[in-house]
Ligand binder design. Structure first.
Ligand code: ZN
Ligand code: ZN
Length: 298
């Protein structure tokens, strides 16, 4: 069940939920990663090294660290590997993935370890809808991944997200850095989380309930959903779209050289609708989907 963060109480916290350090193949030490995201104005960071739950020694009162890990394994129909990010797991240090683990096994490992799972960078992984349609238990996929974008222009997974939503899988979406190379791929994709407090319990609860949206730049200021309309307010952007079923949804585009900061749409005719706002530089904000008919995950 995905709730509307704009109809929920609490504060907004900026989060990076996918990060590597020198404890796996990243360029920053855990302490440097903590300092980078603190200086960049984030309040939540999960260090998700490959097959390792890294604990940073450096602790800052206003940067919440959530334990994290990234698993890789399984084989898609194309022979590529699934990557699954786990957040809020109890394990610490090295975590082995059995050689014969399938994608579902890795999701189950995360959840049996007290955490929540994200389907990482499906476009970069070469996954197609049929590779993911049977997978259960991920609360979100990465709609944007900075590292995958800068490395090989496979950072955006919006089509994967729409395919899964259309097929009845109610994924939320996070934007993440997945940075490996110092300042180059850090600070470009983030998730805004609406939580009651800056605590692991409150932030994990917000993620489970869908109380977040993702961005590479624009801000979603408000999103109100009634039976008669969907009304959205954003920071100044070039376009605001309601993405829904083919032939449904809509898009408002500013006059050349101008911006818009609000839009209204009729409720989507498909099983879901989601807001996507894009500025003149192509930076984008993604709301979580508004689900109109419960899907196969319910
Ligand atoms: Zn990965
Ligand atoms: Zn990664």
């Amino acid at each position: 069940m995905l709730e509307n963060p704009f109809e929920s109480s609490g504060n907004w916290y900026r989060a990076n939920l996918h990060a590597h350090t020198t404890m796996s193949d990243g360029d920053l030490s855990p302490e440097e990663a903590v300092d980078f995201y603190h200086r960049a104005g984030y309040q939540v960071l999960s260090i998700t090294d490959h097959r390792r739950v890294t604990e940073a020694e450096r602790r800052l009162a206003d940067l919440l660290l959530i334990s994290g890990v990234e698993f890789d394994g399984g084989r898609s129909r194309q022979g590529t590997t699934y990557h699954i990010v786990g957040l809020g797991v109890r394990s610490r240090g090295r975590v082995e993935v059995p050689a014969d683990a399938k994608a579902q096994d890795m999701v189950n490992m995360v959840r049996e370890d007290g955490g929540e799972a994200i389907l990482a960078h499906p476009y970069w992984s070469g996954l197609m809808a049929e590779d993911v349609v049977g997978l259960r238990g991920c609360f979100a996929l990465e709609v944007y991944n900075t590292g995958c974008d800068l490395e090989i222009l496979r950072g955006y997974s919006t089509v994967h997200w729409d395919d899964l939503l259309t097929l009845g899988h109610d994924y939320g979406a996070v934007a993440v850095d997945d940075g490996h190379a110092g300042a180059v791929d850090h600070g470009h994709g983030w998730t805004m989380i609406r939580a009651e407090a800056l605590s692991v319990e409150a932030v994990m609860d917000a993620l489970r309930r869908g109380l977040y949206y993702s961005s590479t730049g624009p801000e979603i200021v408000d999103l109100q959903i009634t039976d008669s309309k969907i009304a959205v307010k954003t920071s100044p952007v070039r376009s605001i779209a309601l993405v829904s079923a083919p032939g449904a949804g809509g898009r408002r585009i500013a006059e050349p050289g101008r911006t818009i900061a609000d839009a209204e749409f009729a409720p989507p005719r498909g099983r879901y609708g989601r807001i996507e706002a894009t500025d003149a530089d192509g930076k984008t904000a993604w709301s979580n989907p508004i689900i109109l008919q419960s899907g196969s995950d319910e």
